[in-house]
Design a protein around this ligand. Structure first.
Ligand SMILES: Cc1cc2nc3c(=O)[nH]c(=O)nc-3n(C[C@H](O)[C@H](O)[C@H](O)COP(=O)(O)OP(=O)(O)OC[C@H]3O[C@@H](n4cnc5c(N)ncnc54)[C@H](O)[C@@H]3O)c2cc1C
Length: 360
């Protein structure tokens, strides 16, 4: 390993939506920023169902080509029956294209980008970077962890491993195009749900389950696909693509920041505990984290990141996520096969139903 370490004002670990937005904001403000990403190609492979609310365009650029399909909202099915149609316009993205563009915006703002480079360790303000057989050191005044659900930065902040759902997804041909994203609750999907998110002629068809049920994931998705084929919704045949991954389900981490390290996006537990949606929250929290760094710098330390970022993150997500986490825990504890009880349980714990909000 080299002994002289390169120096940056901020090292952003992970070039997902949180990292790209943070690097862009910091670069625009004139800081010397490096964005370190372990993947060869930013945004690839896609591990996502790609649904975002329309409002994401208020926070970052979404080009026409980044959109696979606009959707009118969300249809929720319980035990195979349509139970709610919610008008909540959004997009199903071409996330790979969109992600690559977010990284280009960060580079255009002045951030240096290192791909195929993994942060393997952090010691104070020094990071160890590994690229193939080579490793080297880099120093940064601030380390911003946007490194997803198994964040090394979050671990350094002494956060415990987050509770997770496991997800598996195929891209399947639709029989008929869909205008709404669809969510399916069934007693077989413990701790999670199944989905059909349309992308023109195809759809992302997936299932997410509580981590304890991860061994049942493949069978649950196969069964869900059989039901959709039987109901004339998707075509039989091999999927066009398969993906999956981890979805944090525990709400905000306890320690989002200290004097020089911060976490944002999935690394900070910014995924909604009930819906699993995290793209928009990654964008928002990445931006909040960057702004907190800028505030500390511009205030010569009188507005420390630990205090400022923790406060803004809690203001943005604290109450919302605390309620969702509590609902999820309670739902999982009261999980039942009994159809009427199951229906009532989902209605009280899913964001599309008035019952969810009535209890607040
Ligand atoms: C199957 C699935 C479906 C989903 N569907 C949706 C959906 O439809 N809508 C939605 O809003 N959310 C969805 N999510 C959640 C969403 O994908 C995440 O919340 C979002 O990607 C979080 O963004 P992020 O920037 O925090 O982290 P990520 O997108 O996970 O990016 C983290 C980046 O850090 C890199 N990295 C990790 N460790 C290191 C390291 N040590 N060194 C260098 N780089 C590192 C990773 O390679 C990755 O590129 C889904 C998740 C899964 C798994």
């Amino acid at each position: 390993m080299k002994t002289t370490a390169e120096h940056y004002d901020v090292a952003v670990v992970g070039a997902g939506p949180a990292g790209c937005i943070a690097a862009k904001r910091l670069g625009q403000a004139g800081l010397k920023v490096v964005l370190v990403e372990q993947r060869q190609v930013i945004g690839s492979p896609v591990q996502c169902a790609e649904f975002v609310p329309l409002a994401i365009s208020r926070h970052t650029a979404v080009r026409a080509g980044d959109i696979a399909q606009p959707v009118r909202g969300l249809k929720t099915f319980i035990n195979g029956k349509l139970a709610s149609t919610l008008r909540a316009p959004g997009y199903v993205l071409n996330r790979g294209l969109w992600a690559e563009y977010q990284a280009r915006l960060a580079a255009a703002a002045g951030a240096a980008i290192m791909t195929a480079t993994r942060v393997s360790g952090i010691d104070g303000k020094q990071l160890t970077l590994v690229n193939g057989a080579h490793s080297r050191a880099l120093r940064a005044d601030f380390i911003l962890g946007c490194d997803g659900p198994c964040s090394v930065v979050s671990k350094k902040l002494a956060n415990e491993a987050q509770p997770m759902c496991f997800a598996l997804q195929y891209e399947k041909m639709l029989v008929k195009s869909l205008e709404y994203a669809e969510i399916y609750f069934d007693p077989a999907y413990y701790g999670g749900y199944a989905w059909v998110f349309p992308k023109g002629k195809t759809a992302n068809v997936g299932v997410a389950l509580h981590a304890a049920y991860k061994d049942k994931l493949k069978a649950a998705l196969a069964d869900f696909c059989r039901q959709l084929i039987g109901g004339g919704r998707i075509q039989a045949g091999a999927p066009a693509g398969a993906t999956g991954g981890l979805i944090p389900a525990g709400g905000l981490v306890k320690n989002p920041a200290n004097d020089h390290m911060l976490v944002a996006g999935d690394a900070a537990g910014c995924t909604h505990p009930i819906t699993g949606a995290g793209i928009m929250n990654a964008v928002v929290s990445g931006d909040l984290a960057a702004r907190s760094v800028l505030l500390q710098v511009s205030s010569n330390g009188s507005e420390p990141v630990a205090r400022n970022y923790t406060r803004t993150l809690l203001a943005e997500y604290g109450t919302q996520f605390a309620i969702a986490s509590e609902r999820l825990l309670s739902r999982n504890q009261r999980w039942t096969d009994q159809p009427e009880e199951f229906s009532a349980l989902i209605r009280s714990s899913w964001i599309a139903f008035p019952e969810y909000y009535r209890q607040q």
